[in-house]
Design a protein around this ligand. Structure first.
Ligand code: ADP
Length: 248
């Protein structure tokens, strides 16, 4: 069955704000282990889609089934986060007056506390987990620095690391490359590809070069629905996508 084999099964989701249809019968499927890029012009409904998945916005109609069984439209934001759905907003929110290492350590400890294992036999490998995460997000050499001293790009990576501490089953990432230098953008693509080896990821992004680096399936939204879906080459050569998005 399609639903039970999907990590995220979005079916016929509509959201109306004051009579305006922000999402209009939106349907798409994320497979377990997949990384997907979501594109589309401003106002296409990308943020609203993320808000529906995380429970911030409730749809008027439609289903959002997680891991083949849980209807996210029936749960609040905390319950959805506890299922293992992590969201990275565009603006990084790290603890500026703590070191890079402490930021990740706090996130790892918070996760263990949630599951009641902080002082149990699991407490010893906490630093091993911190090291592992710092390596994944390319901040091993910066661990002793204050978070406030990091570049914009490095802060984004640190926040991704803090989300990884929760071992999310699905990671939602909003415009990770926005405001980054070319070198940081390239490193971010590498980093997400590493993360995608062991996580499912949905990335909303405008930077086509960045999406090409990711090399993943692309979904283009327009007026709250899926306009086109496929490889980046397929989607970017679609006449409707060129008209509403790329050709501007
Ligand atoms: P995107 O992220 O693709 O730019 P959004 O999901 O932010 O698109 O917005 C989709 C449409 O819904 C836009 O036209 C936006 O103005 C409208 N919208 C989003 N949130 C609200 C809200 N809280 N109240 C009214 N309109 C909203």
């Amino acid at each position: 069955q399609v639903v039970t084999q999907s990590l995220l099964y979005v079916d016929g989701v509509s959201v109306t704000f004051d009579g305006f249809r922000a999402l209009n019968q939106l349907s798409f499927i994320i497979a377990p282990g997949e990384m997907r890029a979501i594109i589309g012009p401003n106002g296409a409904g990308k943020t609203t889609m993320m808000d529906v998945i995380t429970g911030k916005t409730k749809p008027d109609t439609g289903d959002v089934i997680f891991a083949g069984e849980t209807d996210l439209t029936q749960l609040d934001e905390t319950a959805i986060a506890n299922l293992g759905i992590g969201r990275k907003f565009q603006k990084p929110t790290v603890f500026e007056s703590h070191t890079v290492e402490d930021n990740v350590l706090m996130a790892v400890k918070a996760d263990r506390t949630v599951f009641g294992t902080l002082f149990s036999r699991h407490s010893r490998p906490i630093m091993a987990r911190v090291d592992e995460i710092l390596g994944i997000v390319r901040l091993g050499d910066h661990r002793a620095r204050m978070a406030s001293e990091l570049s914009h790009g490095q802060k984004q990576w640190l926040e991704i690391g803090m989300l990884l501490a929760q071992d999310p089953k699905l990671l939602l990432v909003d415009e990770p490359a926005a405001g980054m230098t070319d070198a940081e953008t390239a490193a971010t693509a590498d980093l997400l590809k590493d993360i995608a080896k062991s996580h499912s990821v949905v990335v909303v992004e405008h930077d086509m070069g960045f999406i090409r680096e990711l090399g993943v399936k692309v979904t283009c939204l327009h007026e709250g629905s899926v306009l086109a879906e496929g490889t980046l080459d397929q989607v970017s050569s679609d006449d409707r996508v060129i008209e509403v998005y790329l050709g501007r």
